[in-house]
Design a protein around this ligand. Structure first.
Ligand code: FDM
Ligand code: MG
Length: 218
């Protein structure tokens, strides 16, 4: 890291069972390197189920509570906003931040229910913008064969298929509007190969980023 650079903000998105959490952990340890004394990379997961808002989201996902579709959408967004200052602080300290899901999941999972795409995007406008978003692309049929979906809300092949359609739209828009890089990774491949393909894209950012951080969709 040079005196003027900051940490990179890297988001990993994708359907359930696409390998996001596995790859995020591999990436973090790769960025961290053998030298454990200084923190070079932190991993944040959305939703962050540990906060007060996160606990409400957790109960909803486990079908222990119900919310209007708009209300739960806003809670997911609020859960990102409550972590925004933490993200800024890490980046300013030169630490790379890896987020396992972000605003793109927010749009995809809510817009598939029929909420307006623009309405879904609005509450996340102004959040820290990722320098790079890795979209782990996998056929829902393939994802299903990976030990099956879990018990939570949204963990069905039908939901995943409709979520994927919205993710495709988001990817198209991200590729054309200059909002940082959106890179699709073939996540149906073997774990180590996926990790190598991810590293190829992340490596140039691993020593810090010189440009100032942008705000999402602003
Ligand atoms: N999810 C996640 C949303 O519906 N909106 C969001 O903004 C985010 C970040 O919550 F089904 C959904 C996506 C997924 C669930 O599950 C979180 P995981 O398996 O813990 O990522
Ligand atoms: Mg899940």
């Amino acid at each position: 890291m040079t005196a003027t650079s900051r940490g990179a903000f890297i988001v990993i998105e994708g359907l359930d069972r696409s390998g996001k959490s596995t790859q995020a952990a591999i990436l973090q340890s790769r960025l961290q390197g053998p030298e454990q004394s200084t923190t070079k990379a932190v991993l944040i997961k959305f939703p962050d189920r540990t906060t007060t808002i996160g606990k409400m989201i957790d109960a909803y996902l486990r079908s222990q509570s119900e919310f209007d579709d708009h209300a739960i959408h806003l809670l997911f967004s609020a859960n990102r906003w409550e972590l925004a200052s933490t993200i800024y602080a890490h980046l300013a300290a030169g630490t790379t931040v890896i987020a396992d899901r972000y605003a793109f999941s927010g749009i995809a999972f809510s817009a598939r229910k029929g909420l307006s795409y623009d309405w879904c995007r609005a509450p996340d406008i102004g959040l820290p913008a990722p320098d790079l978003t890795l979209f782990l692309n996998v056929e829902p049929g393939v994802a299903r064969t990976r030990g099956g979906y879990g018990e939570e809300r949204y963990e069905t092949e039908d939901v995943q298929r409709s979520v994927r359609v919205v993710f495709e739209r988001i990817g198209e828009e991200m590729k054309t509007d200059g909002q940082g890089q959106w890179v699709e990774i073939d996540a149906s491949r073997e774990k180590d190969l996926v990790a190598r393909n991810i590293w190829r894209v992340v490596e140039p950012l691993s020593r810090g980023v010189a440009s100032s951080l942008r705000k999402l969709w602003e």
